[in-house]
Ligand binder design. Structure first.
Ligand code: NDP
Length: 281
């Protein structure tokens, strides 16, 4: 089975489905990455904050897949927004992952209440990594429409993606709309609402009708909306289940039924990017 790729505005392409490794313990990460690559995944989403980049690197090496067939994303940690820190931290990510190039490097959070609200100089710094060839593409994560408008206006450099919380209970439509306006692809984090979609009746009914699991139904919903997803699991059976979503289609009615589960801000499970100010020690 082949995962469709999406062409980003810089001309590169990204597999629309990958594996996320947030909250995968370091001691399990190499095994999880290797199993995912065996199942057929080629896109891995990690972050400096997840403290498992080195173990992602070990899994990649063990699997022995050609570098050009892999798509690896990592993200700048919140403590490293100052340009010199960002340069150092980016180099450290390359070393930990055992790569000389990262496919996609993101600012993890905008932190508008920290660093005097200056995420623009951080963004300019990421552009250096594309210029010197060590990052193929750069993007952002958790950027609200105003944050996105500001970096594009002040630097002229448009992120290829904006990775934000999106799932049936939190459609995040204002951000998705801002992304579309700038030709930025939406990456939907917590696509399964961290497992909570399993208890929803409407999704359960569509699952019965289609003969697919609730997770497969919801991943299919994201894919048909055109978003990029990387559900997290440490279990190989679920990796297979989440990967097996390319042989059916949801009808317009089923898409709309899932769309109606949107509870707007009440459906958000993670922090609000306008106020989130966490900086690890
Ligand atoms: P997900 O929506 O991917 O849900 C993961 C949870 O669902 C886990 O508890 C997992 O359990 C369970 N699960 C996975 N597959 C199935 C299945 N088929 N059936 C039942 N349960 C299942 O949540 P995440 O928050 O992990 O988001 C995914 C990825 O998004 C992250 O790993 C990370 O890469 C990214 N992310 C980015 C953020 C950002 O700020 N940029 C923030 C949060 C996430 P188990 O492991 O036991 O299978």
């Amino acid at each position: 089975m082949t995962v469709p790729t999406i062409t980003l505005h810089d001309g590169t392409s990204i597999p629309q489905l990958g594996l996320g490794v947030f909250q995968v313990p370091p001691e399990d990460t190499a095994r999880v990455v290797e199993q995912a690559l065996e199942v057929g995944y080629r896109h891995i989403d990690t972050a400096q904050m997840y403290a498992n980049e080195a173990e992602v690197g070990t899994g990649l090496t063990a699997a022995g897949i050609a570098r050009d067939d892999l798509y690896i994303t990592t993200k700048l940690n919140n403590g490293f927004h100052r340009p010199d820190d960002a340069r150092r931290a980016f180099g450290e990510s390359l070393n930990r992952l055992g790569l000389d190039r990262i496919d996609l490097f993101l600012i993890h959070w905008p932190l508008p209440t920290e660093y005097d609200g200056d995420f623009v100089s951080t963004w300019r710094t990421l552009a250096e990594f594309v210029d010197d060839g060590r990052a193929t593409s750069i993007g952002v994560s958790n950027f609200q429409p105003a944050h996105l408008d500001r970096i594009v206006e002040e630097t002229g450099v448009v992120p290829v993606v904006n990775q934000v919380e999106v799932h049936p209970f939190f459609g995040n439509e204002a951000v998705r709309e801002a992304n579309r306006r700038h030709d930025v692809l939406t990456e939907a984090w917590s696509p399964l609402a961290q497992g909570a979609i399993g208890g929803d009746d409407a999704i359960g009914e569509i699952s019965t009708v289609t003969g697919k699991t609730p997770s497969q139904v919801v991943l299919r919903w994201h894919l048909q909306r055109g978003d990029i997803v990387f559900p997290k699991t440490t279990k190989v059976e679920r990796m297979q289940e989440n990967f097996d979503v390319f042989d059916f289609e949801l009808t317009d009615n089923q898409m709309a039924t899932i769309g109606e589960l949107d509870r707007d801000e009440d459906g958000r499970r993670g922090p609000n990017p306008d106020t989130f100010d966490y900086i690890p020690d």
